[in-house]
Ligand binder design. Structure first.
Ligand code: FES
Length: 228
């Protein structure tokens, strides 16, 4: 029986394969080499543009919202008619860029109504404007929070009274433990001050807004008493 004839393996040298423009001892043609180099350079250039953009786009999905409780001082330092600005950490591990200001006061039954729960003895309002995130400032003479960027104005309870912000200022959970005020996770509120999982600036929470702008996965776990 005759064995089928095997074709000899192709030589790795371009000259042996009789490729046009081949040189002795060359294993890759210049055309293929230049094409490969150009494609690799193009891929590196494209990655340099797309990877950072991708990181910015999906990074927040994986970022962790700190839910640790921070001590800001004895409860005797606060009152129910004036806010005290307190520096808190909202993004750990990034130095001063992770600091923010919470405006803190005690619950005022005449203004805030009956206590909702044990997280309501102290009111802590976020200084981040819910329009596009500029820092708001408490102006005692006007009894208002004022945003310098586009003229957003919020009343004593942080409810919008003027300008483009789509909802009241966000708040932080608070607790009083052993005479100390602790500040916890941020939450958002609608114009009736009902609690929701934290939303981003620009996202309304009244009516259909709460469904059109659901919480991001990283902030989704609803804090105590909050709707998701
Ligand atoms: S960022 Fe505050 S009003 Fe625009």
């Amino acid at each position: 029986m005759t064995q089928p004839r095997r074709r000899p393996p192709a030589s790795k040298y371009t000259q042996d394969r009789q490729l046009p423009g081949a040189f002795e001892g060359e294993t890759v043609t210049r055309r293929r080499f230049i094409n490969g180099t150009a494609q690799a350079t193009g891929a590196i250039a494209a990655a340099a543009f797309t990877l950072p953009a991708l990181g910015f786009a999906i990074g927040p999905v994986f970022s962790q919202t700190p839910d640790t409780w921070q001590r800001v001082g004895p409860v005797s330092r606060f009152n129910s008619v004036e806010y005290a600005p307190e520096v808190i950490t909202i993004e750990p591990g990034i130095g001063e860029a992770g600091y923010s200001i919470a405006y803190v006061r005690l619950h005022n039954a005449a203004i805030d109504g009956p206590l909702k729960d044990r997280y309501d003895h102290v009111i802590a309002i976020s200084s981040r404007c819910v329009h596009v995130g500029c820092p708001v400032r408490w102006v005692p003479g006007a009894r208002s929070f004022v945003c310098p960027c586009h003229g957003g104005v919020y009343d004593f309870r942080g409810i919008r009274t003027g300008g483009p912000p789509p909802r009241p200022l966000d708040r932080f959970y608070t607790m009083v433990r052993e005479g100390q005020v602790l500040i916890g996770p941020r939450y958002s509120v609608n114009s009736e001050l009902r609690r929701f999982s934290p939303r981003d600036p620009g996202e309304p929470l009244d009516g259909i807004g709460q469904f059109l702008y659901p919480a991001r996965p990283s902030t989704a776990p609803a804090p105590p008493g909050a709707k998701s």
